[in-house]
Write a protein that binds this ligand. Structure first.
Ligand code: WT7
Length: 701
């Protein structure tokens, strides 16, 4: 399945010096380890597990599972019988066993340049223990769900790990979600406590987070569900003003200095004086983070958890519209994210690693919190935006902290590409060694820009394919081992067995295109949809019994490389030909006038479906008929006449979620002139919708 030898043609190789120190230095080594991971998983993962702390060791085989709905319930069990605690492994083990107490865990970089703070492993452990004791004193027990709705601050990591330390299950809701979405998620997982913050700035915009959180709690109450407690961190306001009012006091909380906060290393990290939100305060449920934490003990014995105890819930959108609570469990997730982090970014102790994702998404869970901390890594935790105060911000941060490994999303790359190379080349970037991408297929043009302009051809690009459900990377290059093909996520990670199926569920061999599935579990795969195991089985296992179905289309080329072609629901059938929207988008984006493109299907009486393309142009380019003709020609030339766009529409803005994913479902409605858009609560900027309707390119409906 994986070729014996890496191809020599049409591929790019990592620079030689990376190979010298790399954990997996060659394709041959990758292949050897891959075979071991499949033939002898007990030994492969057993060796990795030796580096972690287990209160009790596991008994029996490493993985036990059923992936076939026709043979009974779907389940995956990893390291049954073992007990451990992830918080202990990522903090205590690093501080006490590995002597990394003084090592920086996070460089926090605020929205505003100059807002910064540093937290070491020892400090992080202390803060986590204090909050864990606070949670316990508020009655939170093992197995209880805690909702976290916070900006990108160190305390978000503290909150996650405090839950984990006491065996509580965190459910993080991205701080860009609405009150309605937060309420829906709290209700679904029946959270007993919410942790939030006063507010934060996104660029120039103040987000009154506590106001939104309160609205969500009201909605919960209206639906008959009471969240017992809400702990609020003061992020923007000065901590001297921290409320120290006891729970239940009727008068507004007194603002008096909280003495122990004078020693808080995070204190006063927000330097610039800006309007601070007025926070609504409900004395029956609200508690002040600072006043609780400053009197809590720094000693907190971790709760020892079984391997298959729940670790966290993270909601991801489902095709039905109702979000699914993806559930991950303790041991498998820990080993998997630690290993993928180490090998995919080729982590070395001197690295400064930076993942630009928000912790509210799986990328942040796995590759800001758990993976890096499990390896004792130093990371940048960035609160701000790539374009604020200007479009050099990312590269300035790279230089400021001498970032060596950098991980971002194709949408951010395409956004920055619009401004040309000068904002990048203005900064040095000489520290960079590995570049990563995640989240969607990266078009070869963006890949080349990232590789050439950002990395100056020195840094391999790891295009990591995975999902909230997979816990960690499943198809990915290893930077020193895998020859790269721009736009391909290349080969499976250790323990992962991909296959490509046709519509009838037959496995295709050799070069082929179809449904991407996995034949067996790896340690980090999700275990269930919280509270709805049946939905888990129907969504991922019913269509093709015996396989985990990703929902993505995939092509395998003659060299065995995997190319994600986009979600299967984004596959189009034009005159009997299967087309991937990503492929057409990539062709459009290759035109110099186009910054970004999104393609959807529009029903067509003869062809079945026709191609409706939305294009965002680069700054300074105007849209006209001649450009439209050029774009049609471009697609025809790149893919073939079958892919010729039927409609092209100028789209100065595209409907995106706050994580940057284009909402194609909305675009399909616009293409069809259907005003009933369904749930658009996750849209980052709802105003683009009207503009898109006005600009529609066909007047026939
Ligand atoms: C979907 C999962 C994984 C963290 C962020 C997104 C798409 C993700 C790639 C990639 C092509 C990709 C897939 C997948 N996707 N990474 N490298 N190449 N497509 O997590 O929200 O669960 O979305 O993102 O379509 O199914 P998610």
């Amino acid at each position: 399945m994986i070729p014996d030898k890496a191809p020599r043609e049409d591929v790019l190789y990592a620079a030689g010096d990376l190979k010298k120190e790399a954990h997996v230095p060659s394709f041959e080594k990758y292949k050897e380890l891959y075979i071991k991971s499949i033939d002898n998983p007990d030994e492969f993962w057993g060796d990795i597990a030796k580096d972690f702390y287990w209160k009790t060791k596991h008994t029996g085989q490493f993985l036990d599972y059923n992936f076939d709905v026709t043979k009974g319930e779907i389940f995956v069990k990893c390291m049954e019988g073992a007990t451990t605690n992830i918080c202990y492994n990522v903090l205590d083990r690093n501080v006490h066993e590995k002597k990394l107490g003084d090592k920086v865990a996070f460089y926090w970089e605020g929205n505003e340049p100059g807002d910064e703070s540093t937290v070491t492993y020892r400090e992080l452990l202390q803060q986590v223990c204090r909050l864990a004791n606070v949670l316990k004193s508020q009655g939170v027990k093992k197995g209880d769900r805690v909702s976290i709705y916070m900006p990108m601050v160190v305390e978000l990591v503290v909150a996650m790990l405090a839950c984990v330390r006491i065996g509580a299950v965190h459910s993080i809701v991205f701080a860009g979600f609405s009150a309605e979405s937060l309420c829906e998620r709290i209700l679904d997982s029946q959270c007993c406590l919410l942790i939030t913050a006063d507010g934060f700035y996104r660029g120039d915009k103040l987000i009154n987070l506590k106001v939104i959180a309160d609205e969500a709690l009201h909605k919960c109450r209206d639906k008959g569900y009471l969240v017992q407690r809400c702990i609020m961190l003061r992020h923007l306001s000065k901590v001297e003003e921290a409320e120290v009012a006891p729970l239940g006091s009727q008068s507004p909380p007194a603002k008096r200095p909280c003495p122990d906060l004078q020693q808080d290393p995070q204190r006063d990290r927000v330097k610039k004086t800006r309007p601070v939100p007025q926070v609504p305060w409900n004395p029956e449920v609200d508690l002040c983070w600072h006043s609780l934490v400053c009197v809590a003990s720094e000693e907190c014995e971790p709760e020892w958890c079984d391997s298959e105890d729940p670790l966290f819930i993270l909601y991801t959108s489902g095709s039905t519209g109702k979000p699914k609570g993806v559930l991950h469990t303790v041991s498998g997730y820990m080993l998997y994210v630690a290993t993928t982090f180490k090998l995919v970014f080729d982590y070395q102790p001197s690295d400064v690693y930076w993942c630009t994702a928000d912790i509210g998404w799986i990328t942040g869970h796995s590759y800001i919190t758990y993976g890096p901390l499990a390896n004792g890594a130093t990371s940048v935790l960035f609160e701000g935006l790539p374009t604020y105060p200007d479009v050099s911000r990312m590269w300035e941060i790279v230089d400021k902290y001498s970032v060596t490994k950098f991980y971002t999303a194709p949408t951010a790359i395409r956004l920055l590409m619009k401004y040309g190379s000068e904002p990048v080349t203005r900064c040095k970037r000489t520290s960079l060694k590995v570049l990563g991408t995640v989240g969607e297929p990266i078009n070869p043009e963006a890949w080349q820009w990232y590789y050439t302009v950002v990395g100056e051809k020195r840094c391999p690009v790891v295009d990591t394919f995975w999902q909230t459900e997979t816990g960690g990377h499943v198809l990915t290059p290893l930077p020193a081992a895998t020859p790269m093909k721009p736009g391909s996520a290349t080969f499976p990670f250790f323990g992962v067995v991909p296959a490509i199926l046709n519509e009838s569920g037959e496995e295709l061999e050799g070069p082929s295109e179809g449904y991407l599935v996995f034949k067996q579990p790896w340690p980090g795969v999700m275990r269930t949809v919280y509270g709805n195991h049946q939905r888990f089985e129907t969504t991922y296992f019913k269509k093709f019994p015996g396989y985990y179905v990703t929902g993505d289309g995939c092509r395998r080329d003659k060299d065995g490389y995997y190319w994600i072609t986009g979600r299967i629901d984004d596959m189009l059938n034009v005159s009997g030909h299967l087309l991937s929207t990503a492929e057409v988008e990539s062709a459009l984006v290759e035109h110099e006038a186009v910054a970004e493109a999104a393609v959807v299907g529009r029903p067509h009486p003869v062809k079945g479906e026709s191609l409706y393309c939305f294009v965002s142009l680069r700054d300074g380019v105007t849209y006209n008929r001649s450009l439209e003709a050029q774009l049609r020609k471009q697609v025809r030339e790149k893919i073939g006449a079958i892919a010729t766009p039927d409609y092209i529409q100028n789209a100065p803005g595209l409907p995106k979620t706050r994580s940057g994913k284009i909402m194609r479902r909305v675009l399909r409605k616009i293409a069809n002139n259907e005003r009933d858009l369904g749930d658009v609560s996750t849209l980052a900027d709802p105003s683009v919708i009207e503009q898109l309707f006005e600009n529609r390119s066909c007047s026939d409906v």
